[in-house]
Design a protein around this ligand. Structure first.
Ligand code: UDP
Ligand code: MG
Length: 343
């Protein structure tokens, strides 16, 4: 059961995080502006300057002077792409919101296709899915695919492979994303978590136009680690199982040492007692660590303060409708307003 989404969508916000993008911004904006002019929606372009050290802010200010559709959100320092995107989403007012990189790897020309697929399919999210990774090394491709496979196994919600942040979302998906305020923001996980109807649009991703990628392998590794650790507590879970197994083996071996000593005596003076003490203490420590890990995992999940669920739609029963009706009627707590009558 899905209701017709987006027929009333009239405005579009394009959110563009930019960190040291002076080399491409003008080309990017020219291409984006041409696309938006042809679109039947009123649009705004929200650039988020993520603490750039180059002339990015200067260029953005000039673009805003030349094009009334441009808005600039200037962060106080470099917070990273995930936070920059969040800041942009928070400030976007459009019925539809597009997320796109400034470096022209996500072609702005794809935006009309994203939007029309969203409307055609009555979807809530249409994400662009790369067919091919041009200009990327086999190592990057292999590590990326391994990452998605891992995430499919450990994650709570499977993240679609070869998908970046390039997408269009409708208002209710955006509002859903806005309810997830965790500090360690793994955007792909967050964007997928909200659910609703998400549709893929395959496209060819171009190599970076100009400037340099801000990602190196160390950053990518940390990004993957963030992805795994923020999507799931399974690393913690695995370590508590490993702890429990080792502790079990230690106890069994300890008992074996005791039995052997009782049966065959104690040829190396003091070794059996020492071994048993060490094995017992080591095993106990691992078990207790696992226990602490379990609580830590729960605490971690609670600390994200995520909503428990987002609603697509509720169709109440007649009882439910009646209850909702009577909830509107005045109750003891809020009596009907009428003039006081004495006597
Ligand atoms: N970006 C950002 N803050 C950062 C790093 C990147 O806002 O700390 C922006 C950057 O300007 C670009 C987008 O995020 O618009 C993607 O960055 P990049 O091209 O370096 O990443 P890649 O395409 O290699 O994943
Ligand atoms: Mg890029």
């Amino acid at each position: 059961m899905t209701s017709a989404q987006n027929p009333q969508a009239k405005t579009l916000s394009v959110v563009v995080p930019a960190y040291n993008e002076e080399d491409v911004l003008e080309t990017f904006h020219a291409r984006l502006a041409a696309v938006l002019t042809d679109l039947s929606l009123d649009s705004e372009v929200l650039y988020v300057n993520d603490g750039s050290e180059d002339r990015t802010l200067e260029i953005l200010a000039r673009l805003r002077g030349e094009d009334a559709r441009v808005g600039v959100v200037n962060l106080s320092r470099n917070f990273g792409k995930e936070i920059a995107l969040t800041a942009g989403i928070d400030h976007a007012v459009g019925d539809l919101v597009v997320l796109i990189d400034a470096d022209l790897q996500d072609p702005p020309e794809l935006i009309p296709d994203l939007v029309s697929l969203l409307q055609e399919q009555e979807a809530d999210v249409v994400y662009a899915q790369r067919i091919e990774r041009e200009g990327e090394t086999w190592f990057k491709k292999a590590t990326a695919s391994a990452f998605y496979r891992l995430m499919r196994h450990v994650g709570e919600v499977p993240i679609p492979p070869n998908t970046g942040d390039f997408r269009v979302m409708n208002r209710r998906a955006v509002e859903g994303v806005k309810t997830l305020r965790e500090r360690h923001r793994f955007m792909k996980g967050i964007l997928t978590w909200v659910g609703f109807k998400q549709v893929a649009l395959p496209y060819r991703r171009a190599p970076r136009e100009a400037g340099e990628t801000k990602w190196n392998y160390w950053k990518l590794w940390n990004f993957a680690l963030d992805g795994v650790t923020s999507a799931t507590i399974s690393p913690l879970r695995i370590s508590s199982y490993v702890g429990a197994v080792i502790a079990g083996l230690a106890f069994i071996y300890g008992i074996w040492v005791i039995i052997r000593t009782l049966a065959f005596g104690d040829p190396v003076q003091g070794w059996p007692s020492l071994a048993v003490i060490v094995l017992f203490l080591g095993g106990m420590q691992l078990l207790v660590l696992g226990l602490i890990g379990e609580y830590l995992g729960r605490l971690f999940n609670e600390s994200k303060f995520r909503p428990l669920y987002l609603l697509d739609q509720v169709a109440p029963s007649s009882l439910g409708t009646a209850a909702a009706e009577s909830a509107k009627r005045p109750t003891l707590a809020s009596p009907p307003e009428r003039p006081l009558s004495v006597g």
